[in-house]
Design a binder for this molecule. Structure first.
Ligand SMILES: Nc1ncnc2c1ncn2[C@@H]1O[C@H](COP(=O)(O)OP(=O)(O)OP(=O)(O)O)[C@@H](O)[C@H]1O
Ligand SMILES: [Mg+2]
Length: 242
C-alpha cells in the first residue's frame, strides 16, 4: 500500500533563531527525494525536527504520514509509524549493541544475527563491527555503514538520511547507494536523502531534487538539477530566494 509523507509549512527554531521558515515537501513510498543546499541552510535542522530532537523547537507546520500527525508524537512513536532518521553525525551509545536497538524496536527476532550479517555484507561492513557498542570506536565510514544495517533491518516506510555519503570511500558509496536503491523496490521504502554531492545519485536515481536555501525550498526539479548545481553552485538560487 502506498503511503504519503507530507511536510507542510514547517518552521523550526534552533538556539533562539528561526532556521526553517516554512518548509514544504510531499513524497510517496517508493520515491527517492533529495535535498541539496549550502552549509547552514537548515538541512540537518529538518532531519532533527522530523525525528523530534528536543533542541529543535517547532514553531508551526505539520508532518504527516497518511494524515497522521507526527509532530505531537515522541521520537519512538514516530519510528513506530515508519519514520527512520540516519543522522549526519551518528551518536555513540555506550553499553548498547546494534542488536539491542533492533530487539527494542520489535524487529522479528528470527535469525536476527544472520540477517544483520547479510545487511552488513551489502554495505561491505565487517560483521564483527556489529558486536561493538553502537558507534563506539567506529571510524566515520563504519558508522555510516552501521546506520545502513539498522536501516535494512528496520525497513522503515520513510528514511531520512542526512549525508549518509559523507566519510564513505568510493566503494562504500556505491554499495550504500545500491542498497538504498534496492530498498525502494524491496519494500517500497520512501527515501529522503540529504547530500552535497551528485556522486550518490549515480546509482540512486532521484524522483525529485529540492534545493534548500535559508530555510526554504527555492527550487525543485528532476535529476538535471544536480548537474546545474554542480556547474553553477548555489548563488543563482540565493538570488531566486531574495
Ligand atoms: N544545536 C544548535 N545550536 C545552535 N545553532 C544551531 C544548532 N543546530 C543548528 N544550528 C544553526 O542552524 C543553522 C542551520 O544548521 P544545519 O545544521 O541545519 O545546516 P545544514 O544545512 O545541515 O548544513 P551542513 O551542510 O553544513 O550540514 C546554522 O546556522 C547552524 O549554526
Ligand atoms: Mg547538516
Amino acid at each position: 500500500m502506498t503511503s504519503t509523507l507530507m511536510i507542510e509549512g514547517l518552521r523550526v527554531e534552533v538556539a533562539g533563531k528561526e532556521v526553517l521558515k516554512g518548509f514544504d515537501l510531499s513524497m510517496k513510498t517508493g520515491e527517492v527525494h533529495v535535498i541539496m543546499g549550502p552549509n547552514g541552510s537548515g538541512k540537518s535542522t529538518l532531519a532533527h525536527a522530523l525525528t523530534g530532537h528536543p533542541g529543535y523547537k517547532v514553531l508551526g507546520g505539520s508532518v504527516r504520514i497518511d494524515d497522521v500527525e507526527l509532530l505531537t508524537m515522541s521520537p519512538t512513536d514516530r519510528a513506530r509509524h515508519g519514520l527512520l532518521l540516519a543522522m549526519q553525525q551518528p551518536l555513540e551509545v555506550a553499553g548498547v549493541r546494534p542488536i539491542d536497538l533492533l530487539v527494542a524496536a520489535g524487529v522479528n527476532p528470527a535469525n536476527l544475527r544472520e540477517r544483520m550479517r547479510d545487511e552488513a555484507d551489502r554495505v561491505e561492513l565487517r560483521p564483527e563491527i556489529l558486536d561493538r557498542f553502537v558507534n563506539v570506536d567506529l571510524s566515520g565510514g563504519e558508522r555510516k555503514r552501521a546506520e545502513m544495517v539498522q536501516f535494512g533491518m528496520l525497513r522503515p516506510k520513510f528514511a531520512v538520511l542526512d549525508e549518509i555519503d559523507s566519510g564513505l570511500d568510493v566503494d562504500a558509496l556505491g554499495a550504500v547507494a545500491r542498497r538504498l536503491s534496492s530498498a525502494s523496490n524491496e519494500w517500497e521504502c520512501g527515501i529522503l536523502a540529504i547530500t552535497h554531492f551528485k556522486r550518490l545519485l549515480q546509482e540512486l536515481t532521484p524522483t525529485m531534487i529540492h534545493v534548500l536555501s535559508e530555510g526554504r525550498v527555492v527550487a525543485t526539479g528532476g535529476p538535471e538539477l544536480s548537474d546545474i548545481l554542480e556547474r553553477d553552485g548555489y548563488e543563482p538560487f540565493r538570488v531566486a530566494s531574495a
